[in-house]
Design a protein around this ligand. Structure first.
Ligand SMILES: C[S@@+](CC[C@H](N)C(=O)[O-])C[C@H]1O[C@@H](n2cnc3c(N)ncnc32)[C@H](O)[C@@H]1O
Length: 258
């Protein structure tokens, strides 16, 4: 599904140019706190990842999966980890290089698809750090299987993902407007839109997204072989995400390859 990946990478390149929140590099102060052993990491919009989920980062081999933008990758590297940031968008990866050069950090960037991790051998990583981004791929079970393969035994997958209910509503609904159910779950932009509509969506800077289901998100991790050891809910600023005024809109899981 390279067409979907390339569409979404182009949208993220545009978001880099526009200064979208998830493309803005971390500050030197945040890097200094990470160097001092206090990295402030996000898998979901607002709630920090608990320290207990991260374990010892010094010397850990970490894959920051679909996680570019000059944020988590540099903070993990500043905390002492050997980091590879994999992302589909070159402009997003350039953000990670920018922070690494600015702060004298060592990290590797790899342009690729979160569902195709064949460049990495089995058991290459101690930790996969995967913030909300699997809404951009049609087959999330494939992502979980690949994460399981590239982790060593007892390695950890930390993942954020969206509440599928977000996709019941039109994405353009503004705060204060009524939330009217327009779609069913599972929802797929790819299946709903014809090629012309997809092209105009690209021109408008809007990605192709997939709601997924809890069967795919939670059941899929378990089917891949993971044991779920941690879970929390989060929400976004309701001014950006009106459903967040009513319910949790993002979730995070801590899964271990036992
Ligand atoms: C919301 S951003 C996540 C990164 C950000 N640092 C964060 O904290 O959320 C989503 C990322 O997914 C990437 N992406 C979209 N489709 C992808 C794919 N198929 N494979 C790898 N990365 C992809 C985008 O380029 C973007 O950098």
């Amino acid at each position: 599904m390279n067409e979907i990946r390339d569409h979404n990478a182009a949208v993220w390149a545009r978001r880099v140019a526009e200064g979208n929140r998830w493309t803005r590099p971390v500050s030197s102060e945040e890097v200094a706190r990470a160097r001092a052993g206090r990295p402030e990491l996000l898998l979901t919009p607002l709630r920090p990842v608990p320290d207990a989920w991260l374990g010892a980062l010094d010397g850990a081999r970490v894959l920051a999966l679909a996680s570019a933008g000059g944020q988590q990758g540099p903070l993990l590297a500043a905390a002492g980890a050997d980091v590879v940031v994999l992302d589909a968008c070159a402009a997003q990866l350039a953000r990670d290089r920018e922070v690494a050069d600015r702060e004298g950090l060592s990290l590797v960037t790899e342009q690729g698809d979160m569902a195709e991790l064949g460049v990495f051998d089995a058991g290459s990583f101690d930790l996969v750090f995967h913030p909300v981004s699997n809404c951009y791929v049609p087959d999330v079970r494939r992502v979980w299987r690949e994460c399981f393969r590239v982790l060593r035994r007892d390695g950890t997958l930390l993942a954020g993902f969206a509440n599928p209910d977000l996709y019941l509503f039109d994405e353009r609904v503004e705060p204060g407007q009524p939330l009217v159910v327009e779609h069913s779950i599972p929802y797929s932009d790819w299946e709903r839109l014809d090629p012309a509509a997809r092209a105009s969506r690209l021109a408008a800077g809007r990605p192709l997204e997939f709601s997924h289901t809890f069967d795919e998100q939670i059941g899929g991790q378990i089917e891949a072989g993971f044991v779920l050891e941690g879970f929390y809910e989060d929400r976004n600023d309701p001014a950006l995400c009106p459903l967040s005024a009513h319910t949790a809109t993002f979730f995070a899981t801590c899964a271990v390859k036992r």
